[in-house]
Design a protein around this ligand. Structure first.
Ligand code: NAP
Length: 254
């Protein structure tokens, strides 16, 4: 593992993970370590403990993003922290001109505007915000847009584990935006309701139920394990440097 965490060749992408001790951060660190094209050069978490098994050597572990950026040559940061930390982390990356992949949800529209303005002020530093990295979830949002072209009523049900801090989920908000945009083009001015469920045992699930004359259509996606997000995370890590400024949604790089 020690060999793997050092960028042995220029072609290996040097990646840092913020929120490395969290549920998503741990799986992301493992995926970066496993991929032959990426190296985990910094693991960052506010609760970092050097005795934690499964993490790289202590010189690569940091309690804060700024310390990591000073101490290590980082090409891409992945953020899986908390709604309270994510905006400051992204602005720190942008001001250091380091491309960032944001998986953390809960960023408000105002926060996204601030990030967009700052990214453009700092040489269009790439920022990819993806509320859901699962390929099936991206397809679910695409199918919901298609269905909204034919139905005029729908409700969104999002279900997550009870440790999730934000509600409604970022995926449900992005799904709602897609439906609203499609409806607006049809002259329909409505906002689909979102219902949030938080229960132990769940990971990340969503249903969009469309209702019409004597029929319903349900589009459902289930992430049964956090590994479901990793192909999307790795794709984002490898492609983010080719983007310009703020981009929202994994579909933009598929
Ligand atoms: P989590 O288990 O609470 O992990 C977050 C970790 O980040 C915690 O260890 C936390 O420490 C740490 N942290 C907080 N502020 C930090 C900072 N400034 N710098 C470094 N580390 C910091 O949360 P999770 O379940 O992994 O989820 C993380 C985020 O990803 C959530 O917003 C969740 O909704 C989102 N998510 C996105 C996707 C997607 O596909 N995009 C999929 C699943 C989850 P403390 O305990 O001290 O706060």
């Amino acid at each position: 593992m020690t060999q793997k965490i050092r960028a042995r060749e220029e072609s290996i992408l040097r990646v840092a993970v913020a929120g490395a001790r969290g549920r998503m951060g741990r799986v992301t660190c493992a995926a970066i370590l496993d991929d032959k094209d990426t190296a985990l050069v910094a693991a960052i978490d506010s609760t970092f403990s050097f005795e934690d098994p499964g993490f790289p050597d202590s010189e690569r572990c940091f309690a804060g993003l700024e310390q990591a950026l000073v101490g290590v040559d980082i090409q891409v940061v992945v953020d899986f922290t908390t709604p309270a930390s994510v905006k400051d982390n992204v602005l720190t990356c942008v001001r250091n001109r380091v491309p960032v992949v944001v998986g953390t949800t809960g960023l408000s529209t105002a926060a996204l505007s601030e990030i967009e303005a700052e990214a453009s002020a700092y040489d269009n530093t790439p920022v990819l915000v993806a509320p859901n990295f699962a390929i099936g979830a991206v397809l679910m949002m695409k199918f919901a847009r298609s269905a909204a072209a034919h139905f005029e009523a729908c409700e969104i049900l999002e279900l997550h584990h009870d440790g999730k801090l934000d509600a409604p989920s970022g995926t449900s908000r992005l799904t709602r935006l897609g439906v609203e945009e499609t409806w607006r083009d049809r002259g329909i001015d409505k906002e689909p309701p979102i219902h949030s469920v938080r229960l132990p045992g769940l990971v990340a699930h969503q249903e969009i139920i469309f209702g019409g004359l004597g029929e319903t259509l349900t589009i459902r996606h289930d992430s049964l394990a956090r590994e479901s997000f990793m192909p999307g995370v790795l794709l984002a890590v490898k492609r983010v440097r080719s983007l310009q400024g703020l981009v929202v949604g994994l579909e933009n790089i598929l």
